[in-house]
Write a protein that binds this ligand. Structure first.
Ligand SMILES: [Zn+2]
Length: 200
């Protein structure tokens, strides 16, 4: 672990940089309005949209406030880690070799083939990947992969439109993006090779 992470509980579990804390879930939303060209904030500023023009959920940034939710990511820190290819656990540079950046994919059927996989989980550095394997119950048998070209594919968010069925992945080219409220960046992992964590 390259930096001292905050810890939680009697077992002193290290809390990842990207994890959201309960105190950060207090509503900081701001009033959403429906405009002819899509969703907007009543008092919107340029900081409310990403460079593709997609609107983002407003959130408080106060890591350490309340309890950590190890299974959920803070939108601002998740986005910073995804766009800057920073480690989701320590926030430092993600592990990179000639084979690319290190990602851990959950053991789900959709993740069996990492090439082209979509993920909302930022990369990791090698020491933090070892740490995550020891502590994260949902990573019992993860797929470790390196991607030479993780590309920004789109966002995960909620569509404010009739018939919308809960949060989903949307590519940036999707025609419904004006009606989206984004909470996570989605990367597509390409030029993948298996990663051997014991040697990475
Ligand atoms: Zn790390």
């Amino acid at each position: 672990m390259p930096v001292d992470l905050p810890t939680w509980g009697p077992q002193r579990l290290p809390v990842p940089y990207a994890a959201v804390w309960s105190g950060e879930r207090r509503g900081s939303g701001g009033a959403l309005v429906v405009r002819p060209r899509g969703l907007a904030y009543r008092d919107e500023t340029p900081a409310d949209r990403d460079r593709h023009g997609v609107l983002w959920a407003r959130v408080i940034e106060e890591p350490g406030a309340g309890r950590p939710d190890f299974g959920a990511m803070h939108p601002v820190r998740q986005r910073a880690a995804m766009l800057g290819l920073r480690c989701q656990v320590c926030g430092g540079p993600a592990g990179r070799t000639s084979r690319g950046w290190l990602f851990l994919l959950p053991d789900e059927p959709a993740a069996r083939e990492p090439e082209g996989a979509l993920t909302t989980k930022p990369p990791l550095c090698s020491p933090c990947a070892d740490l995550a394997l020891r502590h994260c119950p949902h990573l019992r048998t993860p797929l470790a992969t390196r991607s030479r070209k993780p590309r920004v594919w789109g966002v995960f968010g909620e569509l404010f439109a009739p018939g919308a069925e809960g949060p989903a992945h949307f590519p940036y080219a999707h025609p419904a993006t004006p009606w989206l409220l984004a909470t996570q960046v989605v990367l597509q992992l390409t030029r993948c090779t298996p990663a051997d964590l014991t040697r990475s």
